[in-house]
Design a binder for this molecule. Structure first.
Ligand code: SAH
Length: 508
């Protein structure tokens, strides 16, 4: 993409972010709205929006709660000292529990690079939603020891929606003294470990697309933060099964043709609506928002559940509920295209209509290269159901409460990610998902921790390291070894080579 196009995309994305949710500050409000003390400023904005335009999708609600520039959880919570991660924050993630996690992701990357023939240049490290930057920092500390791999790295790209977290990542990865520049696509500084540029963008679509590069893409606890839609299959109504009567000049006439679509189950979207007890009666402790089933089909319910046979199969069973994250599928597809080739999602304004002769050609990579490692919690093969959750100060809370102050997330549908990746590029294959416990044990978490412990004298640190690695692999109790999974996207090789941690061994 040239600079003009990049500027246009940046501008469009910013406008899109602002527009996705109009501000309703000037809307005339009923007295209840004026009187009510909403749980958060964002709750009031959302309530006014719903009152004006009707119920909104869970996806729209999640997006606002997590990344709205006005009061979103990630976008505003880390400023002013309100922490998201760690003991004092709302939740703790694996890289924050033990440094060995990031180190092993580093070892995985080096092993994959070796197996792909040790390219001497053009390697890019790309991380989605790096949080405090801990995983990337531990990974780079490890990679620094593999000189020829380290010297093949050209740039580190971080896709981060939160300006506050971007600052925290910059301090860790580049140091306080390193200057931070604003660029056409985002921000830029230099890494303190390996001296290469670190480039921040707010959206994956802003990343440069160059088919000669070898991208290694990491997404740890990123997909669970992407918005979901939820749908329920409803039986055809009895009324719609009756023959229809219409009034004609000669009296009522019965229509014998069945109504289109009327006698098969239909998907209806679960929407976030206002709870009248809060919004109308102004009851103090009543929940402000609740989920209700849309009364009719919406554009989303007509289109989204039709994108995969997995969803279609459940439509005929009234009562089935499914959660779908179209955005997650877009990201997985983009990872696959960057590794295996295929068109970029971004078109630069002059793209011809599909099917016309001037339609842009699909860039096919000469040699697929790079890999993606996705680590998150969710289901291996089943479609997530009722998985929307809220976390605040390490406790579960209702996901629609305190918008912007609660971390809202949903289970990751790993099969959907695999499906999207394979459909997007013929140049990739997918391995996993495997359970995190198995992945980390086969990567050597026990041995690495034991080795580290030899030089640690401090008793408290020793205890944390010992309990930390166990927590990541244990499959029962509060362990993260089973519910968390790992999925890898690698260049297509006819299934002959498995990546390490997914049944493969290190290729020397
Ligand atoms: N990977 C980190 C942080 C996980 S929390 C860790 O494991 O510790 C989710 C991260 O994704 C945060 O950095 C958040 O700001 C970022 N994020 C959430 N939604 C995003 C979006 N739509 N685009 C870019 N970044 C996003």
């Amino acid at each position: 993409m040239n600079y003009g196009a990049k500027r246009a995309v940046t501008h469009l994305l910013r406008r899109h972010r602002r527009r996705q949710f109009p501000r309703f500050g000037l809307q005339r409000c009923s007295s209840t709205f004026d009187k009510r003390e909403w749980s958060t400023p964002l709750a009031k904005t959302l309530a006014e929006a719903i009152k004006t335009t009707g119920p909104i999708s869970i996806a729209a609600f999640m997006r606002q709660c997590l990344t709205s520039p006005q009061g979103g959880y990630y976008t505003t919570r880390n400023s002013g000292g309100t922490e998201v991660f760690g003991k004092k924050g709302d939740f703790i993630t694996s890289p924050e529990i033990t440094q060995v996690f990031g180190e092993l992701v580093g070892v995985w990357t080096v092993a994959e690079w070796m197996a792909q023939g040790r390219r001497r240049s053009g390697v890019e490290l790309i991380e989605m939603g790096p949080g405090r930057g801990t995983l990337m920092d531990d990974l780079l500390r490890t990679i620094r020891n593999f000189k020829s791999f380290a010297s093949s790295i050209e740039a580190i790209y971080l896709v981060e929606a939160s300006p506050a977290l971007r600052d925290i990542q910059k301090r860790l990865l580049c140091g306080d003294a390193a200057p931070m520049e604003e660029t056409e696509i985002g921000h830029k500084s230099v890494n303190r470990h390996i001296g290469v540029p670190v480039i921040w963008v707010e959206d994956i679509r802003l990343l440069p697309h160059n088919e000669d590069k070898t991208p290694f893409i990491f997404a740890h606890e990123f997909f669970d933060a992407l918005p979901i839609h939820a749908f329920q299959s409803v039986a055809p109504s009895l009324e719609s099964q009756q023959p229809r009567e219409i009034m004609t000049p000669n009296g009522p006439t019965t229509l014998h043709q069945p109504r289109k679509h009327s006698n098969t189950p239909q998907w209806r979207e679960l929407m976030v609506s206002l709870n009248p007890e809060a919004a109308v009666e102004n009851k103090k402790d009543a929940p402000e928002f609740k989920l209700t089933l849309a009364k009719a089909s919406t554009p989303s319910s007509l289109v989204i559940p039709e994108i995969s046979e997995r969803y279609k199969a459940l439509k005929s069973l009234p009562g089935s509920t499914i959660e779908i994250s179209p955005e997650s599928r877009i990201y997985a597809a983009e990872f696959a295209r960057r590794i295996g080739g295929g068109p970029s999602q971004v078109t630069t304004g002059t793209a011809a209509a599909p099917g016309s002769r001037a339609a842009p050609k699909v860039p096919v990579r000469r040699t697929p290269s790079g890999a993606a490692l996705i680590l998150d919690y969710g289901s291996a093969s089943t479609i997530p159901v009722n998985s929307l959750r809220g976390i605040r100060q390490h406790a579960k809370v209702p996901p629609l409460s305190f918008p912007g102050q609660v971390d809202v997330s949903a289970d990751v549908d790993f099969t959907a990610l695999a499906e999207a990746a394979i459909e997007a590029s013929e140049g990739v294959e997918v391995h996993g998902p495997v359970e995190q416990g198995d992945f980390l044990l086969s990567m050597g978490i026990a041995e690495r921790t034991e080795q580290l412990l030899k030089s640690v004298k401090d008793e408290e640190r020793r205890k944390n390291m010992e309990s930390g690695w166990k927590r990541l692999v244990e499959k029962g109790g509060g362990g993260m070894g089973k519910i968390y999974k790992a999925l890898a996207i690698i260049p297509e090789n006819g299934g002959r080579r498995r990546p390490v941690g997914f049944g493969g061994s290190i290729v020397p």
